[in-house]
Design a protein around this ligand. Sequence first.
Ligand code: FEO
Length: 406
Amino acid sequence: MGKNIMKKVFKAVRINDYIYWVGAIDWNIRDFHGYSTKRGTTYNAFLVLADKITLIDTVKEPFKNEMVSRISSIIDPGDISYIISNHSEMDHSGCMQEIIDTVNPEKVFASVMGVKTLSNHFHTINEIIAVKDNESISLGNMDVTFIETRMLHWPDSMFSYLPVDRLLFSNDAFGMHLASSERFTDEIDEYILKYECEKYFANIILPYSNLVLKLLEKVKTIGLEIDMIIPDHGPIWRNKEDIEKVLNYYAGWAEQKPGRKAVIIYDTMWQSTEKMAHAIAEGFIDNGVDVKLISLQKTHRSDAVKEILDCGALIAGSPTLNNNLFPTLADVMTYFKGLRPKNLIGAAFGSYGWSGEAVGQIEKFLTEMGVEIAGESISVQYVPDDDTLERCFDLGKTIAEKLKNM
Ligand code: FEO
């Protein structure tokens, strides 16, 4: 597409009188560094038409022309005075160097860690101004205050806050992977919104739950008023009800109170481990506890971990293959361990032909994750008989009982 057609096709979207969305919609991405993004995503960037015209964040490199076209639909990109980088990960900064070269802004701002991280990525960026937590800069007719949010999602992450209209540019936090033509949460189906927001929290934010709780406490303590939460992925939370809702979601997910729900995750070679999984699930159902049975042949790790967020018990099952866990279990247990879910009880189960190491290896993963082993793990040679299936059923019942008393 020629430049003029690009401008006509890719337009900036008005957020308020002086804020415009100039990001990109990635309709077809299905794998975001190991996270299954079935509904695509957006890389949000925003233009603040203050006295000093400011671009907040950029987009993933292949989408640079889309962003520049959206900017060009309302201003000459050369009129941008300041660029703020809230986060150095390449989905927001992949074209940062090119944009700096194109726009030649007066100043570029990032957190102290952001300056280092951008420099480590581009090796040529050496004139970015480091801003500290709670520091403000003037855009002429309005200020921006920076709030350091280390590890949400990288050590360099920060929020930018516009006190004049209480707008919080929250980068990864409060975002979701959802490609849509709508830019605001109140325009999107409630079920999809909660599902994708929760999945995003489970896959990206969960390991930093303690920092989320501290951040929410800080927001309360300093009395930060928020009229819009403007993340860098997915839609914008713009009304009081929605803002309260997402803050409450985050508080609940970060607390990780054990829910009365069990997740049974497994893979199977000749259906022996699968038969055991079903019997354990029936034990939970029989004792009045919700259960999700997840076959790793049918479910991606990033969907599986979403189910962990509101559960209280994690039961994992694997056949033994060549003296080891089945590879899908090794994958998912490594993924779960890194995401550090808390307050879980659990057990292991599985089948084997002659050596049977898998169940012990799962127990080791569970223990390293801090999961309390709440029932005797079950390992069966070749095919479970009726007695073994009854033991599996009883294991489900026993753990269900413990869960009900937690
Ligand atoms: Fe959306 Fe951590 O980048």
